[in-house]
Design a protein around this ligand. Structure first.
Ligand code: NAD
Length: 499
């Protein structure tokens, strides 16, 4: 069986802790590799090497740093198929979806090539007599990213590309469930010309994460994953004096107004609800039609589309709509929630419980499910399911639909489908959720905007990628400089103020 490694100082390095985790092929259920789980000592050693390399990197001309990213983009395009295949093999998502995972990371790398412009700072000439004032954005030093299984290419790149463009060294602790692609990305960064030690990939579980949280050299931590872990990392990281941003779980509502184009809404819901088997933080998991008539029309359109979904292994290529869940435990959890929905009184309109795929009986596949008449008190409404299960909540009115999305503890994404500009505008203005779609079901902002949820979907002040990433991975230093032109009088003892 393949034994995976860490990636330290530009080379693959075997684990030394003696602890490993199984990496599955979700389509077959087989263990295909094992990944080493780093000890505190291994993590600390990787950080020490990064700290030794970082000052020279920070002192490198920012355009030269950007050129490494430029070359990295070329290499990502060269190896796109290879990366997508490795990603699908461990995650289970379809090949086109895996290529999309790489592509949405690549786009953030492209944005980061503009680092020299974004890092220029501010300058005030003649702030006082003979006084100039300038603010510069300086790298933090060594920073770390802890990332989830569901986007093993995109989210690591969202983290390390801006951090490294800013002159930091980066410690990446990827998900232990699909760790191959992060290692491949680090190798490509080395091939692109990144000096040794600037991007270290340390595989691991809670032990490695705790070592990151307690390491005194690490200045900042970016996390993406489930909300309980986000809260843990945010509180412990902040208590240790680090800059921390944590992005958590989601329960994204899509409001369907009576005037919506019902075919368009149903197509959008099927893609956004079941794509990637629902394992997306921006998946729509709750459909909220306004009024019973809208609900009936929507369900009528949805059922045949859901029943026609093709579920299968990534090796079937483009002929598959979604693949298996990531692990057997994830499958059991999702099916357990489906049972709870039935017990708590929701109506199971499409039942995927008996789904079996010939030749893949041990794979982690879950058939598509559609619930109707879901209510606020049910577990399937309160919890993030992270599976191919769409819940329908029938709202009495627009205000009732809005209140459902507003009152939910998560606030990552949401959407409204309508032909009424006034309703759409009111919704976008009032909703307390970070990313909003108007007739767009998965409103993931492009690289030059920022990405981040509100409420229990995001902890910290700044968003991911876009200009916020450059603020997060730098700190501002402001210099006030006076060059006396003649003999000056004695010292001043009161605070200087503008006349
Ligand atoms: P997870 O919280 O289980 O794991 C995320 C990371 O935390 C992994 O690197 C993991 O090794 C580490 N981790 C797990 N348990 C830990 C513990 N007890 N102590 C310390 N570290 C621990 O999340 P996941 O299952 O990998 O990813 C799915 C979750 O991520 C979903 O909730 C999804 O909504 C969320 N997500 C959010 C966003 C966003 O931008 N808001 C994006 C993608 C995924």
């Amino acid at each position: 069986m393949e034994e995976l490694t860490h990636y330290i100082n530009g080379a693959r390095v075997a684990g030394a802790s003696g602890r490993f985790a199984d990496v599955f092929n979700p389509a077959t259920g087989e263990v295909q590799a094992r990944v080493p789980l780093a000890s505190k000592d291994e993590l600390d050693a990787a950080v020490a090497k990064a700290a030794a390399a970082q000052p020279a990197w920070a002192a490198t001309n920012p355009q030269r740093r950007a050129r490494v990213l430029m070359e990295f983009v070329r290499l990502l395009n060269r190896d796109m198929d290879k990366l997508a295949e490795a990603l699908s093999r461990e995650h289970g998502k379809t090949l086109p979806d895996a290529a999309g995972d790489v592509q949405r990371g690549l786009e953030v790398v492209e944005f980061c090539i503009g680092a020299p412009h974004l890092l220029k700072g501010e300058y005030t000439d003649s702030a006082g007599p003979g006084i100039d004032m300038y603010s510069m954005r300086q790298a933090l030093g060594v920073v770390a990213g802890i990332t989830p299984f569901n986007f093993p290419a995109m989210i690591p790149m969202w983290k390390f590309a801006p951090a490294i463009a800013c002159g930091n060294a980066f410690i990446l602790k990827p998900s232990e469930r699909d760790p191959s692609v992060p290692i491949m990305l680090a190798e490509l960064m080395t091939e692109a010309g990144l000096p040794e030690g600037i991007l270290q990939v340390v595989n691991g579980d809670k032990d490695a994460v705790d070592a990151i949280l307690d390491n005194e050299t690490i200045q900042a931590i970016g996390f993406v994953g489930s909300t309980p872990i986000a809260q843990y990392i945010y509180s412990r990281g902040c208590a240790n004096g680090k800059r921390v941003q944590c992005f958590g779980g989601a329960k994204n509502h899509m409001i369907i107004m009576p005037d919506a184009d019902m075919d368009q809404a149903a197509d959008a819901l099927v893609g956004a609800g079941y794509g990637a088997a629902g394992e997306r933080c921006m998946a729509i998991s709750v459909a909220v039609p306004v009024g019973d008539d809208t609900a009936d029309r929507l369900i009528e359109k949805l059922v045949p589309r859901i029943e026609a979904l093709k579920v299968g292994p990534y090796t079937a290529g483009k002929d598959v709509d979604y693949g298996p869940l990531v692990t057997g435990a994830a499958k059991e959890r999702v099916l357990g929630l489906v049972e709870s929905g039935i017990e708590q009184g929701a109506e199971l309109v499409v039942d995927g419980r008996d789904f079996r795929l010939q030749g893949y009986e041990d794979g982690f596949f879950v058939g598509p499910h559609l619930f109707d008449r879901v209510t606020r008190d049910m577990d399937i409404y309160k919890q993030e399911i992270f599976g191919p299960v769409l819940s329908t909540v029938r709202a009495k009115s627009y205000e009732d639909a809005l209140a459902h999305a507003m009152d939910h503890e998560y606030g990552n994404g949401t959407a409204i489908f309508t032909r009424d500009g006034d309703a759409a505008r009111d919704f976008a203005n009032r909703i307390n959720i970070g990313m909003v779609g108007v007739n767009v079901p998965i409103p993931v902002p492009l690289a030059y905007h920022t990405f981040g949820g509100w409420k229990k979907s995001g902890f910290g002040d700044l968003n991911q990628h876009g200009p916020d990433a450059f603020r997060f991975y730098t700190r501002t230093k402001t210099v006030t400089a006076r060059w006396p032109s003649g003999i000056k009088e004695g010292g001043e003892f009161s605070i200087p103020v503008m006349e």
